[in-house]
Design a protein around this ligand. Structure first.
Ligand SMILES: [Zn+2]
Length: 163
């Protein structure tokens, strides 16, 4: 059973450049500690799985988001073209808090494209929730499924706590 060696698998697995890794670290540093730890653990488990690591490399597409950018996203599908991606106005989203109790995930594939595969996101969500029971996955929401979105419960707006 050595026809598919781990070296070959490592070559085929999607990789991030040094710059991309730096960006990932900077985004992760914006997250509240318990969310950052859950992500780091889920990522480590993902990369440690020979099948999952070939399927795609999880990335944080966004963690902190300025209220101005939130307003731009809110306009999408309303006053601007596109589909609706958020129901939160600037300042209302957990992404607008600092440190940030929310982050959005996607996957880099072997051909360097970015995927928001619902299947991959649901597999990653399982690892996130296993890492920390406080993690809430947007894919579990009934009214507006937001599969790339993960967050931890916050005690109050502006007073983010992991406890
Ligand atoms: Zn989000």
């Amino acid at each position: 059973m050595t026809t598919f060696s781990s070296q070959k698998a490592a070559r085929l697995a999607p990789q991030l450049s040094a710059t991309q890794q730096k960006i990932q670290a900077a985004r992760l540093a914006q997250a509240v500690p318990c969310l950052a730890e859950a992500y780091a653990e889920a990522l480590a488990r993902w990369l440690g799985d020979p099948v999952l690591r070939l399927a795609g490399r999880p990335i944080i597409t966004e963690c902190y988001r300025s209220p101005e950018r939130q307003e731009e996203l809110y306009a999408q599908g309303r006053s601007k073209p596109g589909t609706i991606v958020t129901y939160k106005r600037g300042g209302q989203s957990n992404h607008n808090l600092r440190p940030t109790p929310a982050l959005d995930v996607a996957f880099v594939l072997a051909d360097a494209s970015v995927s928001w595969s619902g299947l991959l996101l649901s597999k990653f969500a399982r690892l996130m929730k296993a890492a920390d029971a406080r993690v809430i996955w947007g894919g579990d929401w009934v009214t507006f499924k937001d599969r790339p979105h993960f967050e931890v419960t916050t005690t109050q707006k502006g007073g983010v706590a992991c406890g």
